[in-house]
Design a protein around this ligand. Sequence first.
Ligand SMILES: NC(=O)c1ccc[n+]([C@@H]2O[C@H](COP(=O)([O-])OP(=O)(O)OC[C@H]3O[C@@H](n4cnc5c(N)ncnc54)[C@H](O)[C@@H]3O)[C@@H](O)[C@H]2O)c1
Length: 447
Amino acid sequence: MSTQPTPLSRRRFVGAAGLVAGSMITRPLFGQNAPSNKLNVALIGVWGRGLAHYDSIAEENVVALCDINEARFPDALKRFPNATTYIDWRKCLDHKGLDAVVVCTPDHTHAFIANWALKRNLHCYCEKPLAITVDEARTVRATWETKKGKLATQVGMQRHANPNFNRVRELIRDGAIGELKAAYAWGNRQIPRPGYFPEEGQPPKGFHYDLWLGPSPFHPYNPAYFSGGAGANCLSWNMFWDFGAGQIGDMGSHTMDLLWNAVDGGLPTSAEAKGDAYNSDVTPVKCESHFELPANDWRGPITVAWYQGGAMPSSPKKHIDLTQIGHGAMFKGTKGFLIADFDSRLILPYGNDADMSYYKPRKKEDMLPDIGHFQKQWFDACRDPSKPTACNFGYSADMIEMMLLGLVAYRTGKKIQYDGKTGKSPDTPEANAFMKKEYRPGWNIDG
Ligand SMILES: NC(=O)c1ccc[n+]([C@@H]2O[C@H](COP(=O)([O-])OP(=O)(O)OC[C@H]3O[C@@H](n4cnc5c(N)ncnc54)[C@H](O)[C@@H]3O)[C@@H](O)[C@H]2O)c1
């Protein structure tokens, strides 16, 4: 259990101190309760994707930098000279006066750090994917449910701020393709690997490999896990089951977000998947997963599908080559199709009554407002958690839970039923073992 005060009690504490001390300067100089209203922020994972966050966090008070590779600290400290450095995120989260944390570590640590951060009443921005197993997604969402409205959360699916996401949503909601029946998303990235890299060399001095492995089972060190450029090194490890979720966690997070935002998805009632032959080390390159989603308050039940690594949905027209869209989404309605990439879309009406007279475009003033800067949206919500964030941990946990359930179905080789209330498959008991993974002793996601 956390011993840190909640944001509310922190504010109360400051108020009480001010009362006792009268006009003496008793308010903290930094932090969300300080006159500057700057947040005390920790960046966990300071290189790679972490670099992309420097400009936004520089507007706040960066008090802590955490990385398992000490060689990354000198450059980071040039930008944030007042920060304390940590090699273990568990210690970093206990930094005194911390308000918020930005998580840019590898995927196998995300759900751990996110869950621990929420339990310590820290606002949390976590790079995608939020989780690499169904169980991790459910754990983070359960904690988030208890903190909703009090803590600001965001998963790093920053393309969500492209105005096209709003436009696609409006067109689907307003019936531009009639009643929604099915939606498909795909990504063409392919990173085949035969298996975990064999043991080679020793970690450089100051590189804490054991902390890099963190909760994951042991695999010997090999520099090939760390051979990618800044922001692309994730492609050196994210296809291995113990370190990522393959393209589902990688581009799948971004591309399914385009679809999910438009359909108001919820947990599926079934999943079925097929792809490359199962490899116990690496996630499949080519794979397709199919889900049934129940009706919600504005549409009937729909099917949702995810295709990766060369698997593709069929095109509605021969002359529309969907493979020309590397990462895209398609929506099928009773009166046509909508096809989109991250920043554009096209509508394909079909059938004799698809003259689009049934569709009334929104007035300009009724268009969904722009999200603005995606990271800033989160910082604004840290100051006032009643403000929304587009990819909060509720939205993002549901989405990644569905995607990860696809990998579960893939491993069973069957169509499985799914009970979103329990997180179990009622008809395929063997699927339940694949919803979670074993962690190394000493690592507890609920710590
Ligand atoms: N939103 C996006 O568009 C986007 C783009 C690229 C990467 N990412 C995500 O960012 C994350 C990091 O990707 P990357 O390519 O920067 O990876 P990376 O392997 O380069 O790691 C980033 C940094 O984290 C450090 N690190 C590793 N384990 C750590 C731990 N346990 N504690 C503290 N620091 C640790 C590394 O030493 C490195 O400095 C991934 O989850 C990836 O999916 C998101």
